[in-house]
Design a protein around this ligand. Structure first.
Ligand code: 4NP
Length: 158
C-alpha cells in the first residue's frame, strides 16, 4: 500500500513533557487528522524528571473534555538528534528555549527552533504559563491558548 510521505514534522517541547507539550501534541494530532494533513507531531521535555511517565492527570482531563486523547503518551527527553529529525521545534516557554540552546550547542538552529506562542503573537516572545505549580483551572487556560496557536500553525503552513 502506498504511504503518503510526511511533509512536515513538528516537535512540541516543554520542561517535563507531562503538562504543556503533551496537550500541544494531542491538539495538533487532532487537527492533522481533521484536515487530512501529511504531518507528524511528537513532544519532548528538556528535563529528565518524568521520563516514561504519562501526561499529568489534569492535562489528560482537559484534553478528554475536548475529545483529545493523550493518555497513551509517555514523557521523553529532548535529544540532539531531534534537531535533524524535525522541521519545526516549538519551545513552550523561554526557559525551554534556553535549555534547547544548551543541549544543541553549535547545532542550534534559530529558524527551526522557535517560541510556540510567536506563531499566535508574532515577535512577542511570550511563554505558555507552566501550570505544574497551579490548580486544575490553569490547565483549561493553557489548553485554550495551545489550541488557538495550533490552529494558527495549521492555517499558516498547510
Ligand atoms: P511541563 O510542566 O513542562 O509543562 O511538563 C512541568 C512539569 C514538571 C516539572 C516542571 C514543569 N518539574 O520540574 O518536575
Amino acid at each position: 500500500m502506498h504511504q503518503k510521505s510526511i511533509t512536515m514534522k513538528i516537535l512540541m517541547v516543554c520542561l517535563g513533557n507531562i503538562c504543556r507539550s503533551p496537550i500541544a501534541e494531542g491538539v495538533m494530532e487532532k487537527l492533522i487528522k481533521k484536515n487530512y494533513l501529511s504531518w507528524k507531531v511528537a513532544s519532548a521535555g528538556t528535563n529528565s524528571y518524568h521520563i516514561g511517565s504519562p501526561p499529568h492527570e489534569y492535562s489528560i482531563n482537559i484534553c478528554n473534555k475536548n475529545n483529545v486523547d493523550i493518555k497513551h503518551q509517555r514523557a521523553r527527553r529532548f535529544q540532539l538528534s531531534d534537531l535533524k529529525e524535525y522541521d519545526k521545534i516549538y519551545a513552550m516557554a523561554e526557559d525551554v528555549l534556553t535549555d534547547i540552546k544548551h543541549i544543541s550547542g553549535s547545532d542550534f538552529d534559530g529558524e527551526k527552533v522557535t517560541l510556540f506562542l510567536n506563531e499566535l503573537f508574532p515577535n512577542s516572545n511570550r511563554s505558555v504559563t507552566d501550570p505544574w505549580y497551579g490548580e486544575e483551572d490553569g490547565y483549561a487556560e493553557v489548553y485554550d491558548i495551545i489550541e488557538r496557536t495550533c490552529e494558527r500553525i495549521v492555517e499558516k503552513y498547510r
